[in-house]
Design a protein around this ligand. Structure first.
Ligand code: 3PG
Ligand code: CO
Length: 568
């Protein structure tokens, strides 16, 4: 216990609790402009924080190496962002770890890989995952690296089940990725390794649900990948994408890559190209956990009731990583996941801090599971309460930009007023989830709603005499069209229309502090070079009156012993 004990902060006096922590998912900072949904939205509250008391608003790096990604060309995302904030540390993330394991070949000598090998000679090796270069959940070069490695090591029959993206990469590019994959597999087939695409669908409709928001998504994937059943059958995978994307009527937009229907590839006689059978090996090649936990359970759990599997093949099932260390899910995996320990959540629980965390289904795991270092469950059930507001299912969120923001806001206000919690942590998904649709108008609306919610929450912080920290996990809504990387100019399509940007961005995110419980003399330090999201965790620990442990990133407050701008 002693090991976990935090010292009281010497300069920030024991304050009036509670501390409100708000994560605005996908709220980045970029210059004002017609395609910046945040600057176009009505955001008096966030504006007042930005232009308010000096030293209480600043920008944090939320992408690339600051959050443990391979390079600064990698945009931020919620997993790495919440990991960094919640752990107060920069950890080498999945993308990096898989790169290393492929580079030094250790992926092929590990326990997980060896577990798949007995299937190579007589059975089929399946790969299921997101096919793109997004680098958020998976990467194409890693998929191909694994497939080539398998052929080299004697895999005779390989089947790939493709989930199309359009969310971490430009919409419409699934055609390119599937064409590339089809060609690469044909080349391998010519060398004697029978490799083909077997089934697939859009990531938002097939397989990649998260946090049990809608199991039907996983069921559709199971039927296509495992049973070979889907409403659409094609003999050619490239043709499949072309036809599934076709606009539903004259003057209508093409169906987005994210939302393609499930499909199965069949041979001339209508037989599926590759259902999943007993003794086959199955590799989920996504490294990020949230959207593959459910399909992993469907493959791995004997007692499984989320949907009727109809047939449950006994496969050699492995994940690219172990997706949930607490659940040991899956039991076998190719690359050991980032080991994230001694997080803010664990420290605070050891120090008696009572925490309430809330979001809607789409992001609840972000402020709990990711925040706590990819760990499910409570550190101390007596001190913590995690509340999930059920998300709407089956709709693209531009149809309802407010999502459940009002409900999250009310839950947060109630938690603050109850005085039962020292820390109230919320995530508002709207700028991100609506931003991912590429719908500018809807995203403007989403940001307006969220700003109003933040205002109401800060009013309650005032009322209860607390403190607050408002920040974001990565950019998205502030850049709704593609910009030329060199010139910064809007990229136009062949008809002269701006090309929507559905993915995250490389922009920094704001962080703001305040509240009547925070002495007027407390300000952010100005001496950190490139402060990043990992500094949020130790800053929250300070706001809760404690000194942060030394293994964490520097707090945004002056280090112990440094002078504050005016005496406290
Ligand atoms: C998703 O899974 O929705 C996107 O790939 C990433 O979004 P997030 O990192 O904001 O969750
Ligand atoms: Co996102």
């Amino acid at each position: 216990e002693n090991d976990w004990r935090l010292k009281l902060h010497p300069e920030i006096p024991k304050g009036s609790k509670p501390v409100l922590v708000v994560v605005l998912d996908g709220w980045g900072e970029a210059p004002d402009g017609p395609y910046n949904a945040i600057s176009q939205a009505n955001t008096p509250c966030m504006d007042s924080l930005k232009h308010g008391a000096p030293g209480r608003w600043m920008l944090l790096k939320a992408h690339g190496t600051a959050v443990g990604l391979p390079s600064d060309a990698d945009m931020g995302n919620s997993e790495v962002g919440h990991n960094a904030m919640g752990s107060g540390q920069v950890i080498d993330q999945g993308a990096n770890l898989v790169d290393h394991a492929l580079k030094d070949g250790s992926i092929f000598s590990g326990e997980g890989w060896k577990y798949t090998e007995p299937a190579f000679a007589e059975h089929t090796l399946h790969f299921i995952g997101l096919v793109s270069d997004g680098g958020v959940h998976s990467r194409y070069d890693q998929l191909i690296g694994c497939i080539r490695g398998a052929c080299k090591r004697g895999a005779k029959r390989i089947r790939v089940h493709v989930l199309t993206d359009g969310r971490d990469v430009e919409d419409g590019t699934s055609q390119l990725y599937v064409t590339q994959l089809h060609r690469d597999l044909q080349a391998l087939s010519a060398e004697g390794c029978d490799a083909r695409i077997a089934s697939g669908g859009g990531r938002m409709r097939v397989t990649m649900d998260r946090y049990e928001s809608d199991w039907n998504i996983v069921k559709r994937g199971w039927e296509a990948h495992v049973l070979g059943e889907a409403p659409h059958k094609f003999t050619d995978p490239v043709d499949a994408i072309k036809q599934l994307r076709a606009p539903p009527g004259p003057g209508k937009m093409p169906i987005s890559d994210q939302w393609l229907d499930p499909f199965v590839i069949v041979d001339g006689t209508g037989q599926p190209a590759g259902t999943i059978q007993d003794d086959d090996a199955v590799v989920i090649f996504n490294f990020r956990a949230d959207r593959v936990v459910e399909i992993s359970k469907a493959f791995e759990y004997k007692d499984f009731t989320a949907f009727d599997r109809k047939r449950w093949p006994k496969t050699r099932f492995v994940g690219m990583m172990q997706y949930d260390g607490e659940l040991k899910l899956p039991a076998h995996y190719l690359v050991p996941p980032p080991f994230i320990s001694r997080t803010t959540g664990e420290y605070l629980a050891h120090n008696g801090v009572r925490t309430y965390a809330c979001s809607e289904s789409q992001k609840i795991g972000h402020v709990t599971f990711f925040w706590n270092g990819n760990r499910s469950g409570y550190f101390n059930a007596e001190l913590e309460k995690y509340e999930e507001i059920p998300s709407d299912t089956g709709i693209a969120f531009n149809q309802k930009p407010a999502m459940k923001a009002r409900e999250i806001c009310e839950a947060g206000k109630a938690a603050l007023r109850s005085l039962k919690y020292d820390q109230v942590r919320l995530n508002f998904p709207n700028p991100d989830m609506v931003g991912h649709t590429g719908d500018l108008q809807a995203t403007i609306e989403a940001c307006t709603v969220v700003d109003q919610c933040v205002k109401e929450l800060l009013d309650v912080v005032d009322e209860v005499g607390g403190r607050f920290l408002v920040t974001a996990d990565h950019g998205n809504a502030e850049e709704m069209v593609q910009l030329n990387k060199k010139t910064g100019k809007v990229v136009m399509d062949s008809e002269g229309k701006p090309i929507p940007l559905t993915s995250h961005t490389l922009n920094p995110v704001p962080v703001a502090i305040g509240g009547p419980g925070l002495p007027a003399s407390v300000h952010f330090r100005q001496d950190l070079t490139e402060p990043g999201l990992s500094s949020v965790g130790p800053t929250i620990i300070n706001l809760l009156d404690f000194e942060a442990p030394p293994h964490m990133a520097p707090s945004l407050f002056p280090a112990h012993g440094m002078e504050l701008p005016t005496g406290v």
